[in-house]
Design a binder for this molecule. Structure first.
Ligand code: ATP
Length: 305
């Protein structure tokens, strides 16, 4: 019996190790495209974690030399505050997030964390300091538990459950056939956009990084779901230095500063109230969104009759 048990146990460990390396390999291949763009300096040190203030200073950036994307972008996210970026599709919002995560290096200017140019410190330490809640979370073909625990390898089941509760996905998980052991992903249970984002929030809670990037989903969630996600995000972002790429203005009203981007430039900046009082592009976008939402509510009321 013991003889049989040991090889099986060994196979289990081997299986887990192979699966882990395949996952890592998978991740490596998806990142490799980007990895070629940046390399650590030979003397690069880890980023000190004391101050999480993020600054973009006169940043110019192009993916291809012939087509400049960002022009003289300067802003600061003071430690623990939220800065939101809004603007039309293609204006350069996600590019800011990619530069902060150091998928690419800027061609002019600086991106700094706590006063350290992120080109001078190790990439790994920058990424360790940042949690991303992306638009579309990639789920591994594995259990819900594995997918959440991915935020902090080696964490306990209780820690996974605590994170899932805080991200308000615990009850949903418990309603699935095998709870935390339910398989998800392409070959398992399909999760909705909102559920996937909650998994990403739970992962980020476990990682507990000082800096957060939240790329709001462009695909519309129903408004109850959207409000819930916003509330959860707000509690995750509390005391974290947060960059929000917003597609709906309702997400940004409480931000410390809102940046309005167009064609790679910041064309307006301020708080929600300041930007409304200014009566410029943001105020127009706000009025447009309010009337669109009003129409949607009217349509819903007609449908309900
Ligand atoms: P959206 O709201 O649609 O997500 P965005 O404001 O986030 O748009 P970005 O994704 O930052 O816009 O893109 C800014 C510009 O950079 C776009 O013109 C886009 O085509 C271009 N771009 C983005 N990624 C690349 C890339 N990898 N290579 C070349 N050009 C790119």
């Amino acid at each position: 019996m013991i003889q049989l048990y040991i090889p099986l146990n060994f196979l289990g460990v081997l299986y887990r190790e192979i699966k882990q390396s395949l996952t890592d390999l998978d991740k490596m291949f998806t990142l490799m495209e980007k990895e070629r763009e940046v390399a650590d300096k030979p003397d690069a040190q880890p980023l000190p974690v004391a101050d999480s203030t993020v600054r973009f200073e006169h940043v110019n950036f192009a993916y291809e030399a012939a087509r400049p994307i960002l022009h003289d972008v300067t802003f600061e996210i003071p430690a623990g505050k939220t800065v939101a970026v809004v603007g039309p599709s293609g204006s350069g919002k996600s590019t800011l997030a990619r530069l902060l995560y150091r998928f690419y290096d800027v061609q002019q200017g600086h991106v700094t964390i706590g006063g350290h140019d992120i080109r001078d410190v190790t990439q790994a330490s920058v990424r360790q300091a940042i949690g991303i809640v992306p638009q579309d979370t990639v789920l591994f073909n594995d259990t819900v538990e594995y997918n959440i625990a991915y935020g902090r390898p080696g964490c306990t089941h209780d820690e996974v459950v605590d994170a899932a509760r805080a991200a308000r996905i615990h009850d949903f998980i418990m309603s699935t056939p095998r709870g935390y052991q339910t398989m998800v992903g392409e070959r398992g249970l399909k999760l909705s956009g909102g559920e996937k984002q909650r998994v990403a929030i739970a992962r980020t809670l476990l990682k507990d990084p000082p800096i957060l990037i939240f790329d709001e989903a462009t695909s519309a969630l129903d408004s109850a779901n959207e409000r819930a996600i916003q509330a959860e995000l707000k509690s995750v972002a509390e005391h974290k230095t947060t960059l929000v790429i917003a597609h709906r203005l309702s997400t940004v009203v409480d931000a410390h500063e809102i940046l309005v981007m167009e064609l790679g430039r910041i064309i307006e900046r301020g708080t929600h109230q300041q930007l409304l009082a200014r009566g410029g592009r943001y105020a127009d976008m706000w009025a447009l969104q309010q009337s669109a939402e009003g129409e949607l509510r009217a349509d819903a009321a007609v449908m309900a009759k």
